[in-house]
Design a protein. Structure first.
Length: 398
């Protein structure tokens, strides 16, 4: 079997209904998880939920019968919610997502749908508790892949990918011998600027950046998809999940997003997973521990598609993909710097303070100024993250 983070499965099935901790419950992943809870009322239940600020949206999204523990990361928003009394004594005082994972006694599965490096602490807490982790928060692995690996091993946790590409790889690898696998191939939609010239890239608007051709997602991952940084983060994620060297992980642009990723076997066979671009499938497959629960929705009409198109990614026009791969290969603190600088640059772009074409320069500049050091522990990661944000902020202003 394929080893590394993805390999461990507990011998016995988890009791149903599975008790979910949904982190980032107001986000795109969080909303789709709540939708699955509604679709499978006998098999899935809510143990706990977290948001950063949007507690009113959370209150509106919870059903009458839902009684989860609630954590609100932002202190002001937490005070407001406490004063409004909507969650009663189920609102944790002074606690964010990490404390929520520790507090949710009856939890069996943690869905981490937090955006950014802020999700790492909760992934580590869930790993230490030996829970099943349905991981959408890829930044956890980019920033702390080795740390998560150690915590998963020590805690005896199960870590299953939610990203559609990594879920596709997991579905292709299920039951395969590690020695039979030659390469992993991640597909990328290419984003909204796949065919744009350099001159056109100079002039793109935020509205165009946020108009993803095939997936409806939160703002940060949508920007990352347009720069191809998302695919770079996913290369690092795949390395940690499946224990495959960077040199054996390819990226191919596939504009339709029907083929979610592929595995090349040593005899030359290519195994692929195809389906509609709908995150509920990979979410459910991770939450339920790789079972097949009937899920409605459209099926792919292959004859209707006609053809499947593939292209090589252009890392001259989209340098973030190259920067991420180089940071992954450098290892240590380099992916932490890459991720932190990217988060700062994405925030600046979303706020209208940075041009699309200048984003890669911010990331490259931070990587140049903060050369890779060994990643000893969590405090090294947090300290590097803080320094990289400082450097990136000054590069955005310059
Ligand atoms: N969306 C997708 O289809 C998709 C697909 C594959 C992978 N992913 C990955 O899944 C993760 C979430 O993406 P998304 O698109 O769902 O993001 P999103 O729509 O922006 O939602 C983010 C969620 O995280 C919460 N949050 C934001 N900052 C936080 C912080 N500092 N501490 C704690 N919670 C915080 C937000 O709370 P508030 O609402 O209160 O701000 C919100 O609930 C990302 O890592 C992304 O790469 C997403």
């Amino acid at each position: 079997m394929i080893d590394a983070l993805y390999s461990y499965r507990r011998p016995e099935a988890l009791p149903e209904p599975l008790r979910l901790v949904v982190l980032g419950a107001t986000g795109s992943i969080g909303e789709q998880t709540l939708d699955l809870v509604r679709r499978f009322p006998d098999r899935l239940g809510l143990s706990a939920v977290s948001v950063n600020r949007r507690w009113r949206e959370l209150a509106a999204a919870l059903g009458d019968g839902d009684r989860p523990l609630v954590a609100i990361g932002d202190a002001d928003a937490r005070d407001e919610a406490a004063a409004a009394g909507v969650f009663g004594d189920r609102l944790l005082a002074g606690a964010g997502a990490t404390a929520l994972v520790d507090a949710a006694d009856d939890a069996t599965v943690v869905v981490n749908g937090i955006v950014g490096a802020a999700g790492l602490g909760a992934t580590l807490a869930a790993a230490r508790r030996g829970l099943r982790i349905a991981l959408a928060n890829k930044e956890s692995l980019v920033v702390g892949g080795e740390l998560v690996r150690a915590a998963v091993r020590e805690g005896g946790a199960e870590l299953l990918p939610v990203d559609s590409e990594h879920s596709a790889l997991a579905q292709c690898l299920c039951g395969r011998a590690r020695d039979d696998v030659e390469r992993l191939v991640l597909t990328a939609s290419g984003g909204p600027f796949r065919t744009a010239s350099r001159a056109e890239l100079e002039a793109v608007t935020l509205e165009q950046v946020l108009a993803h051709p095939t997936w409806d997602m939160g703002p940060k991952i949508t920007v990352d998809s347009a720069t191809l940084m998302n695919k770079g983060l996913e290369v690092i994620e795949a390395h940690h999940l499946f224990g495959v060297p960077y040199a054996a992980i390819d990226v191919v642009v596939h504009p339709g997003s029907w083929v979610h990723s592929l595995v090349v076997m040593t005899d030359g066979a290519l195994l692929a997973q195809l389906g509609q671009p709908d995150m509920r499938l990979p979410l459910l497959y991770a939450i339920n521990g790789e079972q097949r629960w009937p899920l409605g929705g459209d099926r792919l009409d292959l004859a209707g598609l006609g053809e499947l198109r593939f292209e090589r990614p252009d890392t001259d026009r989209f340098p973030c993909l190259r920067l991420a791969r180089e940071a992954g290969e450098a290892g240590g603190t380099a992916p932490v710097v890459l991720n932190a600088a990217n988060e700062v640059a994405v925030d600046a772009l979303l706020a209208g303070r940075l041009r699309f074409v200048d984003l890669p320069h911010v990331v490259a500049g931070a990587l140049e100024r903060l050369p890779a050091e060994p990643l000893v522990d969590l405090s090294t990661a947090l300290d590097t993250d803080r320094r990289a944000r400082h450097v990136a902020s000054s590069l955005v202003r310059s």
